[in-house]
Design a protein around this ligand. Sequence first.
Ligand code: PHE
Length: 449
Amino acid sequence: MMQAGGNSRETWGSKIGFILAAAGSAIGLGNIWRFPYVLGESGGFAFLIVYIACVLLIGLPIMSAEMVIGRGSGRNPVGAFRVLLPGTPWWLAGAVGLLTGVIILAYYTVVAGWTLAYLYESATGLINSFNTAEAAQQAFDRFVGNSGLVVFFHFLFTVLCILVVSQGVKGGIERWSKILMPTLFLLLLLLIGRSLTLPGSGEGLKFLFKPDFSKISGEVILLAMGQAFYSLSLGMGVMITYGSYLDKRTNLFSSTGTVALLDMTIAILAGVAIFPAVFAMGLEASSGPGLTYVALPLVFSKLPFGAVLSTFFFLLLSIAALTSAISLLEVMVSFATDELKWVRSRATVIMAATAFLLGVPAALSFGVWSEVKVFDLTFFNLYDFLTANILLPIGGILIALFAGWAWKKGAEQEMMQGSTQKTLFRVWLWTVRIVAPIAVGAILISNLL
Ligand code: PHE
């Protein structure tokens, strides 16, 4: 199908295919790896409540804004702003998004590499014989401390991304998402079943669902907001890019709502799978990025057919990571093909290689470079903090202001295609105009000061 500007763009095969692809981008390491450990470090339930509020008040409207910008322009993030308001500096918002995307992809592929390694070790029985929490923790520390191995798996995962993205998105992402998302869901349910029946698991549920509002601080609010942007793939142009493949009949509001709901459900379910196990096994909820890689192998060690389940789990986590990483890479590739006129294969390799190299310092952060710090953070933590808690929210503010003020007429026209109600549009408009920018801005500023 031809869009404005004459560049030929595919559209998604079906509405459900698009929703699952967007959910495939949203659902990833952010839900199953990052959400539980950030929540664990931030006091549990209080974080969950603030997180849900951030998804509803800030995430939903900004996701709609991204999709409307993408569909309206039929372009990558930089090109989108340029096509919609030519001759203005708005394209810079897209450029910030691209930069953010490269940094996220850089360390995302590192964690995805850990996942591949654990997949390999599950399949070969190496990590399914832990008797104690210490043993599982030591195995994780030993692995992430082995920088050569970590870089190898980081590289391997980058190659996977190149293989998929160089062949185009539609056939790959849409098809895989339709198969893998339901499977992931089933596996999570299975894990939850096991986790909840472990003796002592009640403590984990209490931690997750027992209100303790004294834990809410400025920092917790910032982390919850950052997690909302991160988990929904917002603020850097993924949803602009995916929206650019949308046909005009799709209702943007209902699609956004479905994607956000799926994403939130999976994150909470991941918490329900992990925390009862963490507490039952006597692990620290606040143990940071290693949480998933320590708690789950320990649980699997104690299950009948644990090695098989563990293999399935890390396979699915790898693939969930893949459908998210591809979306990050696709943003850069669509920029390079639209704007720089590179052919897809060249664009894919060069962009992926850039992210890979940038990721190497993050890969070394738990090993030989664990003492190398910038602003008191390792490269790994720096990339994560900078993107999730600063760059994505800034990108989100710019996107909201663009859709709500600068390009408001166009946004209205585009949004009403696919039959959106006028009232709903008004609510959305004032949220992106006022509520979201002020809330995000206030949280950012109060934390930076
Ligand atoms: N949303 C993805 C996850 O939860 C991560 C991601 C962030 C992907 C930003 C794209 C853009 O794992």
